[in-house]
Design a binder for this molecule. Sequence first.
Ligand SMILES: CC(C)(COP(=O)(O)OP(=O)(O)OC[C@H]1O[C@@H](n2cnc3c(N)ncnc32)[C@H](O)[C@@H]1OP(=O)(O)O)[C@@H](O)C(=O)NCCC(=O)NCCS
Length: 344
Amino acid sequence: MRIVVVDPSDAAAVAALHRIYVTVGQADNPQTFVAAPVAEIREVLAAPTARFEFTAFLGFAGDEPVASGWAALGRRDAPHLAYLTPRVLPQQRRRGHGSRVLAAMERHAATHGRTLLLSTAVWAAEHGPDGSGSAPVGFAAARGFRLAHTSVRLKLELPTDRGRLDALLAQRAARRAGYTTRSWVGPVPQELLAGWAVLHAMLSEDEPHGELERPAETPDPDAIRDDERILAESGRVKVNAAVLSPAEALVAFSSILTRISAPDAAFQQGTVVDRNHRGRGLGALAKVAALRLLEETRPDITAVVTENAQDNGHILELNRAVGCVPVLYSGDFQRHLTAPAAPH
Ligand SMILES: CC(C)(COP(=O)(O)OP(=O)(O)OC[C@H]1O[C@@H](n2cnc3c(N)ncnc32)[C@H](O)[C@@H]1OP(=O)(O)O)[C@@H](O)C(=O)NCCC(=O)NCCS
């Protein structure tokens, strides 16, 4: 197999990369896959984001691109990390292509001094939380990766059930006197940005992550703005709700990612409540406010997809209360890179 690094200015190579990504996503994840636009792929390959530097690989069988690799090397807090995703067209599997692309990415990671490799993949519900019998779990085991953590992906069909959401909001209403919600479409208002970055880091720290060795995220308003810039440039926008305390501090948020010009399923990006304000139903408040704004502003969108750690009982319970239904599993795999990867 001939493997090349994708030049972001080579439109044919970027298109082939995107085609493999979309074909594999639709084949392996028909219920929840929503493709990132090709513009976003090109953009992040051309210039690093605040948190990652990206490199893509294409693997050819003859003249035909049949496999891809997507390597994201951590910056700032994560100079030891590399996120690697090999993808192989469904009819080309079990011929060693995935192993070869992964080996090329491992060499790239090692050359850049990385010592911890991470990869994420989904499998169908029938394989259960440990993924036995699924392609990514079999492949990861064969290539020295360990399944470190499993998440559940859930889907909420829209429109939401008004009575159900009202009942959820009624549950802890008495504990929320003086708290107010604010919801909007688009970037985080400047006056909320610092608080938003703190809650964003708290979300990353507090979600269960099993044995997965993730870097701690430090609050970083620039990274929030950087993500918003990339979203705007690739035609996507977030629908957000924030909760303010009686002292007007930002204490909870929930946001949902949409594509501006397409009715594809929206993605729940995160719901978090400040540690000092938990137990008042503020997560439900923020989530319902974001969902209702989504339905008001985007009646064309028919579903929201969300993902929770399988051991995050609290948010799973909240999502089930809203009406979300589990559809598949998502696993985080990791491998310590101690010696240079063997050529394949
Ligand atoms: C996972 C994936 C990349 C494997 O690609 P591939 O080209 O089929 O992998 P290889 O042929 O190099 O397989 C190497 C070994 O992995 C294991 N493996 C691969 N697919 C497997 C499957 N479906 N079931 C069990 N084991 C499997 C086997 O041990 C295999 O060796 P063998 O064929 O000699 O038995 C491919 O299925 C894919 O693109 N899946 C969707 C994206 C994804 O999940 N990426 C993985 C992130 S970890």
